[in-house]
Design a protein around this ligand. Structure first.
Ligand code: BGC
Length: 479
């Protein structure tokens, strides 16, 4: 048990913060459920609608399927583009409420869609909700958390993304006998409703409140989420750093912010172009090509979902102790090696028996290494490295890049396999993982244990030298 600053022994943590973070992490559940559910639902949507025309244009069925699947990603790009700015204007809490409603409405539209066109509209609306949720979930948790446990609490959002994916795989499995895709998609309304009702009782981010001139409300929120001895210290730090005028998109390109813009955009792109969603969306297809039968590959896919969740739990437990960088570097190193092995396995003739198992094992380990590093690491770091005035806007921009990368990889994966083969495809992702490793090694800062204000002060000091001195020193805080 630690000694607090005042010398008293006792619980130095206010447990309400765990309730706030766990509830806000439901944003990740919406994100993950949406990612995982469509591959299962698609199998049966085909039987309900004749996939021949859309909005009066005749198209082939696989193109229409592609539009249905990617509709949510297009929605998410729109949602992330609007969401960042909205989070700065409306407030974090209010945007979470709006996001939950949008996601709920999207799920409802899909569940009752009488035509393909309406189904596509539902997918886009649902995706806009996911876009909001993906920006504001980590943002809100980061701003409301005490520095010492911020890594774990923000990573809860990645834990719920992975759990949402796994739940969706199980829902797909449960409804596969009856083929009731409307239920599969409609079930998304449940976590959205819980998130909405729960958030009504949660406080706004103290940093956003202070920035909007509401100092006494900010103090009140800190009093609800911190032990008494920490409230005034943290408020002081916020006051010294945060300006009460809002930032604009142009501030993102200020010389002192630009290095972190590069870090955020780089991490966002690398998180996708190293291939994780080829596994999330196409695992059964990849597994079948290693020699598994249909049902075995669906079950092995559930296994991959479990590995993803379990290793994210490990990351949640470690990230505030080891720091962000060691996990990122370890994760990327492991991903690079596993992708190389996967490529070799597909290169060898006769992919069955032992080689089939090596391929499956390396696929699982690849997911494990993603889950411990780049998965939670990306969302956590982008919620930490930007100044409060433009945090929402910056996260919005970076999240758009992430969703665009997601869309690009999922649209090109099958084609890439046709053109360069499986080995070439996995080696390409492997080479990009090595590049990502070098990028992180050179450019990503360590943020463990520091307050958001100390991180911001560091940034200014690096750019302007020590005379940025009225800003607080970047000290390790006392939690
Ligand atoms: C990524 C998603 C991915 C998921 C897999 C997230 O961090 O942003 O694109 O599907 O992890 O666990």
């Amino acid at each position: 048990m630690s000694m607090t600053r005042t010398g008293t022994t006792g619980n130095d943590r206010n447990s309400f913060i765990y309730v706030v973070a766990a509830l806000a992490a439901l944003n990740g559940l919406l994100f993950g459920f949406d990612t995982g559910v469509i591959s299962g639902a698609m199998l049966y949507i085909r039987n309900t609608f004749e996939l021949a025309t859309v909005f009066g244009y005749s198209m082939n069925a696989s193109l229409i399927e592609g539009i249905i699947v990617s509709g949510a990603m297009i929605g998410a790009i729109i949602g992330a583009a609007l969401g960042g700015r909205l989070a700065d204007r409306l407030g974090r809490r209010r945007l979470i409420l709006v996001g939950a409603v949008v996601f709920f409405v999207g799920s409802l539209i899909m569940a009752i869609a009488p035509t393909v066109e309406i189904l596509i509209v539902g997918r886009i609306v649902d995706g806009i909700g996911v876009g909001f949720a993906s920006v504001v979930g980590p943002l809100y948790i980061s701003e409301i958390s005490p520095p010492k446990i911020r890594g774990s609490l923000v990573s809860l959002n990645q834990l719920t993304i992975t759990s949402g994916i796994l739940i969706a795989y199980l829902v797909n499995f449960a409804f596969s006998a009856s083929g009731e895709w409307r239920w599969m998609l409609g079930l998304g309304m449940v976590p959205a409703a819980v998130l909405f009702v729960g958030m009504l009782f949660m406080p706004e981010s103290p940093r956003w409140l202070y920035e909007h001139g509401r100092e006494s409300d900010a103090r009140e929120v800190l009093a609800r989420t911190r032990v008494e001895t920490q409230v005034e210290d943290e408020l002081c730090e916020i006051k010294e750093t945060i300006h009460t005028e809002s930032g604009t998109l142009r501030d993102l390109f200020e010389p002192w912010v630009r290095p972190m813009l590069i870090v955020g955009v780089g991490l966002a792109a690398f998180q996708q172009v190293t291939g994780i969603n080829t596994v999330m969306y196409y695992a059964p297809t990849i597994l079948e090509s290693t020699g598994f039968a249909d049902t075995a590959s669906i079950l092995a896919t559930v296994g991959i979902g479990v590995v993803n969740v379990v290793m994210t739990v490990v990351a949640v437990l470690l990230i505030d102790r080891t720091g962000r960088r060691p996990l990122l570097l370890l994760g990327l190193g492991g991903m690079s090696v596993m992708l190389a092995v996967l490529g070799i396995a597909f290169y060898l003739p006769g992919l069955s028996g032992a080689i089939g198992w090596i391929a499956t094992g390396s696929l699982m380990l690849y997911v494990a290494f993603f889950a411990i590093g780049l998965g939670p690491g990306f969302w956590l770091l982008i919620s930490e490295i930007y100044p409060t005035e433009i945090r929402g806007t910056a996260m919005g921009v970076v999240t758009v890049v992430n969703w665009a990368g997601n869309l690009l990889v999922s649209l090109t994966f099958l084609r890439l396999i046709d053109v360069v083969g499986q080995t070439g495809t996995f080696w390409l992702y492997g080479a990009l993982s090595v590049l990502a490793l070098l990028f992180c090694y050179r450019l990503v800062p360590e943020t463990k244990g520091r307050s958001l204000e100390a991180i911001e002060a560091d940034l200014r000091e690096t750019a302007f030298g020590a005379e940025a001195g009225e800003r607080p020193q970047a000290t390790e805080t006392d939690d």
